[in-house]
Design a protein around this ligand. Structure first.
Ligand SMILES: Cc1ncc(COP(=O)(O)O)c(C=O)c1O
Length: 407
């Protein structure tokens, strides 16, 4: 992987003084091909796909179908009809949670370190429909506790209906053994929904090999357009899911008092779509497909090693998760004790052009449970980051910690 060559494809990295952009767990930068694809839609074929048969409509329909097929190959889904375009991972996970039929007492298991997008929908269902949402406690270092999971499955018995977990946590970069989890969950008769927001951009994700049932993911974290996400689901399951947005495109026919639902994926894509986003998703997958995702993952760990080694012995701070960066991908999330995380994040950008995220990263539940109301400062790397940028982060962060500690 030629990092310098990759960087030349990103307008924000080609500038005279590019930032050290290390907020990739939130959203990634966009390469030329994605930006061009968005522009092409608006300047060349700004029509409606899936319906209109004039030249614009036909071009959009073809391009969005191709994008769906590219995603199918990227995830190794069995059929392109298993891939639904959504607004983001949150939309995808809500479609699963609110699209299923629940009975009071049905058990849903998540981990204790989920993003709100894979927690709030389940709590909402608990309050509104009486499902029983339970969390499986992680090990002390935030790695997955398989024993606790097996125990939770056994305790739920035949009331266990769904296991919904993020493959990689945005809190700490920790990956959980989804394949093993899916096997155990299925043995208990439950379905498995994966929050793939932090895995699909950074590693090879093969939905058939994982043996899962649903997966939500964020195209905007994969160098793709913002306002785009995806939902993959096994076709038979999608075909039994209630759409959370009914209307145009979601039915094949209607009378004044009846409807025939359209088949997936159309049933879940109600209303006029984000066509430029769908077309640019095709460009996104073309871009990512040029690279070996294992190599991307290894590169991020190398950068994380530099960041980790540069800051781990600083006074008053603590890295969330296992200390070995190999177990945290490209994420270095740091508990700041009494130090002002937001002020330091602003300082890093203003003084050195280092962009990171500070706060609770939509994982309030974990920070509340652990009593870390100050949140963390998180640096997250991607394929286009360099070793120099990782060093710059470590140096400027260290200086900031020393300066604020002395006050
Ligand atoms: C693990 C995880 N799940 C879900 C989300 C929500 O993603 P989106 O913004 O695409 O809805 C994020 C975003 O940071 C995330 O990191």
């Amino acid at each position: 992987m030629d990092i310098n060559k990759i960087r030349m494809e990103f307008p924000t990295l080609r500038s005279d003084s590019p930032p050290a952009y290390l907020d990739n767990a939130c959203v990634t930068l966009k390469p030329d091909c994605v930006i061009q694809s968005i522009t092409d839609y608006y300047t060349k074929t700004p029509g409606c796909g899936g319906r209109s048969v004039h030249r614009y409509g036909t071009k959009v329909s073809r391009a969005t179908n191709e994008a769906r097929m590219k995603l199918q190959r990227f995830l190794n889904a069995e059929s392109a009809n298993e891939v639904v375009f959504t607004r983001n991972a949150t939309h995808s996970l809500n479609q699963v949670a609110h699209g299923m039929k629940w009975a009071p007492g049905d058990v849903v298991l998540t981990t204790d370190r989920e993003h709100n997008s894979n927690l709030v929908p389940w709590i909402q269902l608990e309050k509104e429909q009486g499902i029983d949402h339970r969390t499986v406690a992680s090990n002390q270092d935030n790695t997955f506790n398989l024993e606790a999971f097996e125990k939770a499955c056994a305790e739920a018995g035949n009331r266990l209906k769904m296991v919904s977990m993020s493959q990689v946590g945005n809190l700490d970069g920790v990956q959980i053994p989804i394949k093993e989890i899916a096997r155990i969950a299925h043995d208990h008769g439950a379905l498995v929904c994966v929050d793939g927001a932090q895995s699909t951009p950074h590693m090879r994700v093969d939905v058939q090999d994982l043996g899962i049932d649903f997966m939500g993911f964020s195209i905007h974290k994969m160098c793709g357009p913002s306002g785009m996400g995806g939902l993959w689901g096994r076709y038979d399951l999608l075909d039994n899911l209630r759409t959370i947005q009914s209307g145009g495109q979601t039915v094949s026919n209607s009378t004044y008092d009846s409807i025939d639902w359209a088949k997936p994926p159309a049933r879940f894509e109600g209303g006029l779509g984000n066509f430029s986003g769908m077309m640019a998703t095709g460009a996104t997958i073309d871009f990512l497909s040029k690279y070996d995702m294992n190599e991307v993952h290894a590169h991020e760990i190398k950068l994380n090693r530099i960041m980790t080694n540069g800051i781990k012995d600083l006074p008053g701070i603590e890295i969330i998760g296992p200390q070995d960066p190999k177990l945290r991908g490209g994420i270095c999330s740091i508990l700041m004790g009494n130090l002002p995380a937001h002020d330091i994040a602003i300082l890093l950008d203003e003084a050195a052009g280092v962009m990171v995220r500070s706060g609770q990263h939509c994982v309030h539940s974990w920070f509340n449970a652990k009593g870390h109301s100050n949140g963390s400062l998180r640096a997250s790397a991607y394929m286009y980051n360099t070793e120099d940028e990782a060093r710059l982060f470590a140096e400027t962060f260290s200086e900031a910690v020393h300066a604020f500690s002395a006050q």
